[in-house]
Design a binder for this molecule. Structure first.
Ligand SMILES: Cc1ncc(COP(=O)(O)O)c(C=O)c1O
Length: 499
């Protein structure tokens, strides 16, 4: 990795009064008129905004230099378990950038936005076919947002049945932290279900919870140990018999896409993280997309509005428009179309691959994870020794023999040009390292990563003094080892010009 050794100044520090790098297009609406007629005086700015005054070249160099200081999936292997940093094919960006998509104003009348509406409608249909759900809404802006929408649907469903006493949501101990958070935000009480000895959900523990208070079980499958839930059908029967709903956290659909479907496994509601399976940029609770789908009978609770296709009596072809929200819908969870450009990218990915291609994606993802698990069996043995799906969780305690913590290995990997795996998650595994290679990496890359892990462990085994660098790393990145607790507790995120 080339490391720029100079710290990059803030773009505000590059500012020179009067310098600029923009040319606005000619105004294409009548000029003149008093601005006070349009905006109340209190909303008018008294002083110009404090924006940096810089040339185009300065902007380009500044951001290019910053980008080179960062680790990216476009520059190196990024085996971040659970977050799935897989390569985003550039054709998706190209298609999302087409004038008709990128230049479309969100308030364009339906009649002039037929192509965009068709894309959204067709994407909904494709996601329903892929998940086995009857209908879905593309509005949620991230996986966690899809979960919240799903939990609000759960609450609306039970309310509509006059069963408001169901206040409990069961969540396995291995679940992603967003699951209990979403259930709690929707007003539910969260009850943890422990894992069994094989890394699955403990069915006996769930049986004890399956009563008239249970609103839903939130399940991730494969779970966050990278293991397929062996008892998924029995878990669904248990929850349904008790009157609850099965919620599928579809974040890990990339392990099973084209092979099994949440709808066929007995789930009633499911969200997808489009970034993980359909290769869109990861919004991290922000500008991504986490569509939520439901089985037949629950459609009326979905957020909206949603695009609909109608026949045009007496005219060829069909027309697309927005359907008004029904009285049982949980309402809008996002303005306008949702994150339209992300949705276009996901649809481009689905069309590029087709059904067979998507099936191959999950096959390669699972093969890559199992191959890496086998290559690292000595240094990083799996926490649960079963064939894994798209990722595996290693028990990092094996590193202690060489005097290393999981954290040390992760930092040292950066000096070898690799991003670290996810560390210390899931919480039920001590010194956890969660490794997800994704389907896009070559065999050579997986072997190079395994070689780097072995090299770090071998160096550490030479003794604390001889291998001090391994425990102090990273040494070759623009930012070295930081005080992580301070960075998390007291982050400095704002720029104050007077400071
Ligand atoms: C299993 C699981 N559930 C939920 C989420 C939350 O998704 P997001 O980060 O898009 O909010 C993730 C994150 O990737 C995840 O791995």
């Amino acid at each position: 990795m080339t490391v720029p050794d100079q710290p990059e100044p803030l773009i505000f520090d590059l500012s020179q009064p009067g310098r600029g790098g923009m040319a606005l297009p000619r105004v294409d609406v009548p000029e003149g008129g008093d601005v006070e007629d349009l905006l109340p005086a209190a909303a008018l700015r008294q002083a110009p905004p404090r924006l940096p005054e810089v040339s185009e070249l300065q902007v380009v160099r500044h951001f290019t230099r910053l980008a080179r200081r960062n680790f990216a999936v476009d520059t190196g292997f990024y085996p971040l378990g659970s977050c799935t940093m897989k390569y985003n094919p550039k054709i998706n960006d190209e298609l999302a950038g087409l004038d008709g998509f990128a230049g479309l104003h969100p308030y364009t009348p339906d009649a002039w936005a037929q192509g965009a509406l068709r894309v959204l409608w067709e994407l909904e249909q494709a996601l329903c076919r892929i998940t086995g759900m009857a209908a879905c809404s593309l509005q949620p802006a991230a996986g966690a947002h899809g979960e919240l929408a799903g939990m609000l649907i759960t609450a609306a469903y039970h309310r509509a049945r006059g069963d408001g006493a169901r206040r409990r949501v069961a969540v396995p101990a291995s679940a992603h932290g967003t699951n209990p958070a979403s259930a709690a935000m929707a007003g539910f009480e969260v009850v943890e279900v422990p894992a069994d000895a094989r890394g699955g959900t403990d069915i006996e523990a769930l049986r004890a919870l399956a009563d008239e208070r249970l609103a839903a079980l939130m399940l991730t499958n494969p779970n966050t140990l990278g293991l397929f839930e062996e008892n998924v059908a029995a878990l669904a029967d248990l929850v349904h018999a008790a009157g609850g709903l099965m919620y599928y956290d579809g974040a890990n659909l990339n392990a099973v896409v084209g092979r099994v479907r949440p709808g066929d496994m007995g789930f009633d509601i499911c969200h997808l993280n489009l970034h993980k399976t359909f290769s869109t940029p990861h919004g991290m609770g922000g500008p991504g997309a986490g569509p939520v789908g439901v089985r037949a009978g629950l459609e009326r609770f979905l957020p909206g509005p949603r695009p609909v296709r109608r026949d045009r009596p007496g005219e060829p072809g069909e027309a697309f428009s927005w359907e008004d929200l029904g009285p049982d819908s949980i309402g809008r969870v996002r303005a306008l179309y949702g994150n339209f450009a992300v949705l276009v990218r996901a649809y481009a990915y689905i069309l590029t691959h087709g059904g067979e291609g998507l099936r191959a994606v999950s096959g390669h993802a699972v093969l890559a994870a199992n191959y890496l698990k086998m290559l690292l069996a000595d240094a990083l043995p799996p926490a649960v020794d079963r064939p894994c799906m798209h990722e595996y969780v290693a028990d990092g305690r094996a590193l202690r023999g060489a005097g290393l913590r999981a954290l040390d290995l992760c930092k040292a990997l950066l000096d070898h040009g690799f991003h670290a795996p996810t560390m210390y998650f899931p919480l039920i595994v001590e010194e956890a390292l969660m490794i997800e290679p994704t389907e896009t990496e070559s065999r050579q890359m997986l072997e190079a990563f395994a070689d780097a892990v072995h090299a770090i462990v071998a160096e550490a085994a030479r003794g604390a003094e001889a291998s001090a660098g391994v425990r102090q790393g990273p040494l070759e990145t623009p930012v070295g080892r930081i005080d992580e607790a301070r960075a998390a507790r007291r982050p400095v995120l704002r720029w104050w010009p007077e400071a």
